[in-house]
Design a protein around this ligand. Structure first.
Ligand code: ADP
Ligand code: TYD
Length: 209
């Protein structure tokens, strides 16, 4: 898939402020004249949103680890085919709230070591990484408290608790080292506007490079 646009992703534990920062970044870029597509995973296309309900609602033991990985990957493939790839080909900036790094963490780590399978499936079915990934890093207890403040049916992974969120934080920080050229780590345990200022500066630098 040839891409002329820019593909940006936000990653981090639940409640770290990804959605808030993705929205603020989209507002900022639109105000400065960019054509922006703000989207999220799992979801982002009608079919992928249907899969989102299958993986995030209902009994947490509904799917085996492998089936769950296939469902997340199927959702991503549809999202890529129908929204991300066409938007990039049209020269737009795509901002995605979570992408394949979340699968490397959640499906790759949380139910045994499936990281090799996650990467193999990604290579086979997706084959594209973001150009820039912003990791909003923060203390898991704080993130969980924020996430729990939201009401809703999508509690699947938030219910894993503080220990798993701590492992996810460590995992995300090692992913940032593994993919150092595209990852930027930003401290999320600050006021919304201070985090947003760092996000804007990082993306502005990237777009100017
Ligand atoms: P995520 O998408 O990473 O789960 P959200 O952006 O949805 O996180 O934020 C989770 C909750 O925390 C929301 O209620 C949001 O309003 C709040 N929040 C986000 N960023 C901050 C911040 N820097 N300080 C305090 N609260 C925040
Ligand atoms: P999201 O709505 O971003 O949750 P939050 O706002 O709490 O961060 O994502 C929903 C959940 O889906 C989240 O707990 C992480 C999980 N997830 C995976 O397990 N694998 C994936 O590939 C993705 C994209 C998300």
């Amino acid at each position: 898939m040839t891409a002329q646009g820019h593909f940006l992703s936000f990653e981090g534990i639940d409640g770290s402020g990804k959605s808030t920062q993705a929205r603020l970044l989209a507002d900022h870029l639109r105000a400065t004249g960019h054509d922006v597509v703000l989207t999220r995973e799992p979801g982002g296309s009608p079919g992928a949103e249907e899969i989102r309900a299958l993986v995030l609602q209902g009994d947490p033991d509904r799917w085996s680890a492998e089936t769950e990985l296939l469902l997340f990957t199927a959702a991503r493939r549809d999202h890529m085919e129908r929204l991300i790839a066409p938007s990039l080909a049209a020269g737009k900036i795509v901002i995605c709230d979570r992408f394949a790094d979340s699968t490397r963490m959640y499906q790759g780590l949380s139910r045994g070591d499936l990281r090799g399978t996650v990467d193999a499936l990604h290579d086979l079915m997706i084959g594209r990484e973001p150009d820039l990934t912003i990791l909003i890093d923060m203390d898991p207890a704080q993130g969980l408290a924020r996430a729990k403040g939201r009401q809703g049916a999508e509690e699947r992974f938030e219910d894993f608790g503080t220990d798993l969120q701590a492992a996810m934080r460590t995992g995300f920080l090692s992913l940032a080292k593994e993919f150092a050229s595209r990852f930027h780590v930003i401290d999320g345990a600050r006021a919304v506007e201070d985090v947003a200022a760092d996000v804007t500066a990082t993306v502005t630098d990237y777009l100017a490079s």
